[in-house]
Write a protein that binds this ligand. Structure first.
Ligand code: ADE
Length: 227
């Protein structure tokens, strides 16, 4: 999967080189490039925003600088993600559907947003016929300072579903057995007793059927408690 992240703070995305994702890049499973939006400006101040038509607080990001940057990276089949608190809520199902994408382009705007014509432009029939899709996505009901962290959340959730990225594919198989795909039972390891708290007896029983039943019940209780 080719991943292009566009931001005015490219250094903000440096964690993408670490851990599982760093390994996945070295193994050639994902290819991540971070692009500085300001590289496509041509005024002395490297302007990327201006005041909103119709008035109101804050600034809106200029369409042309976004258009030039997206044009320079977009290929057939791309999914263009515009990160915004007003977007469709990201979830595990969405992560699964994006995990087979050829190219993901993440447009990290500041929260006042990107001129809406960028979304409109890349949604036109000429892009649709190239299987290029625009998605406005939110990672949750809160407002971040910009889309950078949101894009990293999405990239981490999506790329770990690409075959070969996860060291232990059994973790994935186990997750997908679960109805929600990510609601888990509590886990324990050594020592058997820690600071006066013991591991639940049933986990030491060797009774796999009983353990599976207990775990399902615990996961269900957790899901209920978190509502
Ligand atoms: N930008 C600002 N807040 C955001 C959110 N909750 N999700 C995605 N992008 C954002």
């Amino acid at each position: 999967m080719k991943i292009d992240v566009i931001s005015i703070f490219p250094e903000y995305l440096s964690p993408l080189k670490l851990s599982l994702l760093g390994k996945a890049q070295n193994a050639g499973l994902v290819d991540i490039s971070v692009h500085d939006l300001r590289a496509q400006t041509n005024d002395n101040h490297n302007t990327v925003d201006d005041t909103p038509y119709g008035g109101g607080a804050g600034m809106v990001m200029l369409p042309e600088v976004w258009g030039k940057t997206i044009d320079s990276v977009v290929t057939d089949g791309a999914d263009i993600i515009i990160l915004t608190p007003a977007g469709k809520r990201f979830n595990q199902k969405m992560a699964e559907s994006f995990s087979s994408s050829k190219q993901m382009i993440f447009a990290c705007g500041r929260y006042e947003g990107i001129d809406d014509r960028v979304r409109q432009y890349y949604s036109q029939p000429e892009f649709q016929s190239r299987n290029i899709r625009v998605h406005e996505v939110s990672i949750g009901d809160y407002v971040l300072g910009g889309g950078e962290v949101a894009s990293m959340v999405m990239i981490e959730a999506i790329t770990r579903l690409i075959p070969g990225v996860l060291g232990n594919p059994e973790s994935l198989a186990e997750e997908s057995h679960n109805s929600e795909g990510y609601l888990e039972y509590p886990n324990f390891t050594k020592p058997q007793e820690w600071r006066g708290i013991s591991v639940p007896e049933i986990l030491l029983s060797g009774n796999h059927a009983a353990i599976a039943k207990w775990r399902t019940q615990q996961a269900g209780q957790r899901a209920k408690d978190n509502l």
